[in-house]
Write a protein that binds this ligand. Structure first.
Ligand code: PAF
Length: 279
């Protein structure tokens, strides 16, 4: 596995691979990798000859007061995980390499999608994501890129970006990996105290109960959202949103619609967790 810290170095390596006909798969990350990331990398390896990852904590997608400074930088452990998952090339630039000038040109996703849910609570988040991902796509020029369903709305924003900008990249969705108790794997789980960690599964429990209600034919979406919110509040959480939406566009569904997803964001102590379940 080779680690590249310059755009020029990575480009010349990948140009040579492409000239030899290699199919390239890309998994962008911010590091602090867990098994969920490794499963995206293994998915990438199944779909291409060469897996490229990036490790870059992207300041642009963090709001003021968010965890940019304390976001864990764990490159040694990350490298071991990436090697094991079959990654051939890691792009790990510093900020001066990726943003040599202030990144004043930004990619602003459609607010009809990016202004909802996560976008409403984290203004500028999806612009930061879309900007760095577009830049990384231009640098890596992969044939396929893998994004986790854990960040459901992000995956949709990226799909729309690729479609509307006609980027020749297949976007593949990786399933969410869960701990044994059901908690979705996330880098931010590392912020939880032992007591919070034992309660963190309640987010998945709230979503599971909502999914069961939908599967049983309950179409009172507002009632389902309120029940999940009340459950979490009763256990000391601060829910930001719990929303039953259409998988196609994350808009509120009509009662007869199927292919739904329940998405949630909630604070447990000072840690903000997100999760979702498709129905
Ligand atoms: O999902 C993430 O880790 C980040 O949002 C991404 C896609 C690597 C962009 O910084």
């Amino acid at each position: 596995m080779r680690i590249h810290d310059t755009i020029a170095g990575l480009r010349s390596t990948l140009d040579a691979l492409r000239a030899d006909g290699a199919r390239i798969a890309f998994v962008p990350t911010m590091g602090n990798l867990h098994e969920g990331h490794a499963s995206l990398m293994r998915e990438a390896a199944r779909r291409a000859d060469v897996v490229v990852t990036s490790v870059f904590v992207n300041r642009l997608q963090f709001g003021p007061g968010e965890d940019f400074d304390r976001y864990p930088r764990t490159m040694d452990a990350d490298c071991a995980r990436m090697r094991e998952a079959g990654v051939a090339h890691v792009f790990a630039p510093d900020e001066a390499e990726l943003y040599p000038q202030a990144q004043t040109l930004q990619v602003v996703p459609d607010p009809a999608l990016a202004g909802l849910l996560e976008g409403a609570f984290r203004p500028g988040f999806f612009t930061g994501v879309a900007t760095v991902v577009t830049k990384l796509f231009n640098i890596v020029q992969p044939h396929v890129a893998v994004f986790g369903k854990k960040d459901y709305q992000q995956l949709m924003v990226i799909r729309q970006l690729v479609q509307q900008l006609a980027l020749p990249i297949d976007i593949v969705a990786g399933e969410t990996l869960r701990a044994e108790d059901g908690l979705a794997l996330s880098s931010r789980n590392g912020y939880l105290s032992p007591d919070e960690r034992s309660r963190a599964v309640q987010l998945h429990q709230a979503l599971s109960a909502a999914r069961d209600a939908l599967r049983a034919g309950n179409r009172d979406f507002t009632g389902i959202e309120q029940a999940a919110t009340a459950f979490l509040e009763a256990h000391g959480w601060f829910p930001q949103y719990i929303a039953v939406r259409r998988q196609a566009d994350l808009q509120s569904p009509a009662a007869h619609e199927s292919s739904l997803v329940i998405l949630a964001a909630a604070l447990l102590g000072s840690t903000r967790l997100i999760d979702n379940l498709e129905v």
